[in-house]
Design a protein around this ligand. Structure first.
Ligand code: SF4
Length: 334
């Protein structure tokens, strides 16, 4: 199956035959009051998101609309922060920082990226500082584990996105990880009117509530699924409950929209990570809506040389084993 067959809606958006979800959201009216109980607002959100999924195009902008509701609910998830499964006990509305250290959203770079999967390029890629993980081999550790970049007012970033219309295929939100910046991203989209698919490029460690906010915003998940068990995830990315959370969120993402799923093959992790993940995907997801990128570009960067077994590049034998395993499972491998 080629990319167009696996990701039909994504292709229809940049062919101008459908609209990105976030523009449709703006045409869905809601009854929103800032003193409303959160449970009431979440219930309304759940009902209104169904309208987005079934709509073909945007109607006139409503006031208030579903995007406003998502923003209100997103702000409520900041105290205490419940954007990712670390669930830090900090008030980010008051400027406190949790595990990810994000206070204000800082953009480290934004540019037209030609290094992503063929169906994504050229991609207007927006990198944020900091991450919810601490992968010992992170190739972007200088931005994911350090304070870098600067804050861009949301309306300025929205103008920058609009200026890309006609020159790129999508907007690609990444980091580090975009999750700690979800509310800021919604603010950008409030000011934006570009008919471009929104790509959520992430480690997928979000809470279910944060995943709900992405429903009706994200047109394509560019997801990462690295570890086949919690022990490897704990040792190499300092994260708990990895498999439970990331597999759950892939199921949710699979219901929301199409996915390009990345699996970075790591040296000495074929049996414990690569094979269990690929098998899980084939048994638990609707693979007709997923493209799988089995990646061979592992490099022993950042702290990797201090970790046994992680201090070398992947062998061609390991990569071939991984690639053919994915093919034999019937996955749509890029
Ligand atoms: S996004 Fe950051 S502050 Fe919020 S729960 Fe996750 S690590 Fe903690």
């Amino acid at each position: 199956m080629n990319a167009k067959e696996a990701l039909p809606r994504y292709f229809r958006i940049f062919d101008g035959k459908e609209s990105p979800y976030y523009l449709i959201c703006k045409g869905v009216p809601v009854s929103l009051s800032s003193d409303s109980d959160s449970d009431v607002l979440w219930k309304e959100h759940e009902e209104k998101v169904r309208e987005v999924r079934s709509a073909k195009g945007p109607s006139k902008v409503a006031n208030p609309n579903l995007l406003d509701l998502k923003l209100e609910l997103g702000r409520r998830l900041l105290n205490p922060c419940r954007l990712c499964e670390r669930k830090c006990n900090v008030d980010r509305l008051a400027g406190e920082a949790g595990y990810c250290r994000v206070k204000e959203s800082n953009v480290t770079s934004k540019f037209v990226h030609w290094g992503e999967e063929p169906e994504l390029i050229p991609s207007y890629t927006i990198f944020f500082s900091r991450c919810t993980f601490e992968c010992i081999f992170c190739q972007n550790w200088d931005i994911s584990q350090r304070d870098r970049g600067h804050h861009i007012p949301p309306e300025n970033l929205a103008s920058s996105i609009e200026g890309m219309l006609g020159g790129v295929r999508n907007v690609n939100w990444v980091g580090g990880d975009p999750t700690p910046n979800l509310v800021y991203i919604l603010e950008v989209l409030e000011s934006c009117n570009a008919s471009l698919p929104q790509v959520w490029n992430s480690n997928m460690y979000l809470t279910e509530k944060a995943m709900s906010l992405l429903d009706g915003i994200t047109d394509l998940y560019l997801s990462d699924f690295k570890y086949g068990n919690d022990s490897c995830a704990g040792r190499l990315s300092r994260v708990t409950r990895y498999f439970e959370v990331v597999s759950r969120n892939h199921k949710i993402a699979n219901e929301q929209c199409e996915i390009v799923l990345r699996h970075l093959v790591m040296p000495n992790h074929i049996e414990c990570c690569t094979k269990p993940i690929l098998k899980w995907i084939s048994e638990n997801l609707d693979i007709s809506r997923i493209r799988v990128n089995v990646m061979d570009q592992y490099r022993p960067q950042y702290k990797a040389r201090d970790f046994e077994g992680m201090d070398r590049r992947l062998s061609s034998k390991e990569f071939n084993t991984a690639y053919h395993f994915a093919e034999d499972l019937g996955l749509n491998v890029i």
